[in-house]
Every structure is written in C-alpha cells, then in structure tokens.
Design a protein around this ligand. Structure first.
Ligand code: URA
Length: 311
C-alpha cells in the first residue's frame, strides 16, 4: 500500500512539473493528457492525493506581489532653470483695446506712435534711414492700404507711397471712388530697407524688409491699426500680406478673398477684414496683373458699398 502511494506521488509530481511545459508546447499538452489518463485509472484514494498535490503545488506558487513588475516611478517634475526658450516665457499678452471717442484723440495717438517711430533704433535700419516713414491719412479711416516698407522716394520725403508705385496707388484709390486723404496709407517696416545701406542716395537700392525687421517693427503697424480701427485693410504685395495674415502661403493663394485680421500685440475693438492684392510696383512691372488687382479692389468696393466714379 505504502509503495502504491509513493508511486502515485511520483506520478503526480511528474504531472505537476509538466504543467509549465503545457503552457508553451503541444508536446507538454500531450504529456498532460497521458498523466491524466494514468490518474483516472487510479482508485478513489489516488483522486484524493491528486487534490493534495495540487494544493501543495499551489502553495509553492510565489505570491502575486513578487511576480508583478514594479510600478514605474513618476518622472521627476521639470526643474525651472531660468534658461527656458524665450518664446515660452516672453510671449506678451496682446494689449487691451483703447476706445477713442473723437478723431482728434485718434490723431493724437497716431502722432505719439509716429514720434516713437521717429526715435526708433530697434533695428539697424534706424541707423541708415534718412527719414522714418510712419504713414499718413485719415485717423478714422474705414480702409487702410499697407505696403512692405519705404523706398528711395519715401526715405527722402518721410511720406508713404509717393514714388512711381505711389502714383499708381493713387490711381487705384481714385478708381474706387475714394481720395487719398480718406484712407490711411502705411507700411509694415517704417524705415528704408536697402540692398547697400552705405549708399542711401542711390536709386535701385530698395529691398523688402526681412523677417527680423518685420518682427521688431510690427508693433507699430499693429498699434496704428488698433487706433484707426478700420473695417478693411488692403495688403499690398506678398510681404505685407504674409506678415499681416500670418500665413506663409503665396500671394496667389492669399488673394481673392477676405481674411479676418488677428494681431500679435494689441486686441482689436471690432473685427477687421483684410484682402491681399498685388503691390503697385509689381503692377508696374506686370501690367497684365492689373485686371486681377482691379477684381480684388472691386470686392472691397462691394463690401463698402462704393460705386466706381464716372470717368
Ligand atoms: N513700396 C512700399 O511698399 N511702400 C512704400 O511706401 C513705397 C513703396
């Protein structure tokens, strides 16, 4: 009898050892089948032993906590070093809008901005300009025209769009049934960007303002827009359009529709719609673009309820 028990114990030990293999291989599962068949052939006592061996085997299973993987530790919270990138720590909140009740108040605010521009040395263009060109026109204009930056004639006079491109702009404004004095004309950059800054007296020395010049100067045009609070802006050329619409798409992709203006440094009191069109200097070089520019201006006229004056 004792021998029978010992034999059974050995059989079940073998059976329990084979369980691990069962999980992994069909061979193991075949072995279990065999062990089970042998066990079934045993007497009632053997069934009882089966249960006891199973309990014993279970007791040897290490506790769950030992087998579980440790929980990952929380990552250390970021330490503030003071060397974080500037854009994360220095992005200014746009200034709240100011209400101006009279045209005189708006003019006074624009004069103040013009005085700041006249003294500005925030970029190297301040060193080489002959005159700063803040912009001019109706302080309560419904419509603003904004170009990229002063050229030779503007640098010499201190007034925006007075050269050949300016004369064409005057014609465009007149074709809309407006006078120059009714609108406000300005630029993104307020000082003359030159190819060769050592020679401000040379013609053909103009260039578009670069990204850095636009970035330091944009607060001035934004403040001017906020004071004037126009309903519409016409951006003249790709440089002005991309800077104001804050979109890197080509002028071709931006023109032909109104965009809602968002400013970086000031909040607007009322929504401003902006439309991009060709720069008058580009129209002088490519007169076949004039019909598209005229179509753009007609969109503004339709919104403003303007009629083309009789010739
Ligand atoms: N081109 C511009 O963009 N602005 C001017 O004032 C003159 C020419």
């Amino acid at each position: 009898m004792k021998d029978g028990v010992r034999e059974l114990a050995a059989q079940f030990k073998a059976f329990l050892q084979s369980r691990e293999e069962d999980e992994l291989t069909p061979v193991g599962s075949a072995r279990r089948e065999r062990a089970c068949t042998d066990a079934n052939a045993s007497e009632t006592k053997q069934d009882h032993l089966t249960i006891e061996f199973a309990r014993a085997a279970r007791k040897n299973i290490p506790p769950a906590e030992e087998t579980e993987k440790p929980m990952p530790q929380n990552p250390r919270p970021p330490q503030i070093t003071g060397n974080e990138p500037a854009e994360e720590t220095e992005k200014p909140m746009p200034q709240a809008p100011v209400s101006y009740t009279t045209v005189q108040e708006k003019q006074a605010a624009l004069d103040e901005i013009a005085a700041e521009i006249g003294a500005c040395q925030r970029c190297p263009l301040g060193q080489t300009r002959l005159h700063a060109v803040p912009g001019e026109g109706n302080p309560a204009a419904q419509l603003m025209f904004i170009g990229e930056g002063p050229g030779f004639d503007e640098d010499h006079s201190g007034r925006p769009f007075v050269g050949r491109a300016g004369q064409l702009l005057d014609k465009m404004i007149a074709a809309m049934g407006l006078k120059r004095e009714q609108v406000f004309i300005g630029n993104i950059a307020k000082c003359h960007p030159m190819v060769n800054p050592a020679n401000p007296e040379a013609r053909g020395n103009d260039r578009a303002p670069n990204a850095g010049e636009i970035a330091v100067c944009r607060k001035y045009i934004e403040r001017q827009i906020a004071v004037i609070s126009p309903k519409y802006i016409v951006a003249l050329g790709g440089v002005a359009a991309k800077a104001l619409i804050s979109d890197t798409k080509s002028l071709g992709a931006l023109r032909g529709k109104f965009h809602l203006l968002h400013l970086d440094t000031v909040q607007l009191q009322t929504p401003v719609k902006i439309l991009a069109t060709y720069h008058p200097a580009a129209l002088l070089r490519n007169p076949n673009w004039k019909k598209d520019a005229w179509a753009d201006l007609q969109m503004v006229m339709a919104e403003m309820g303007l009629k083309r004056p009789h010739a």
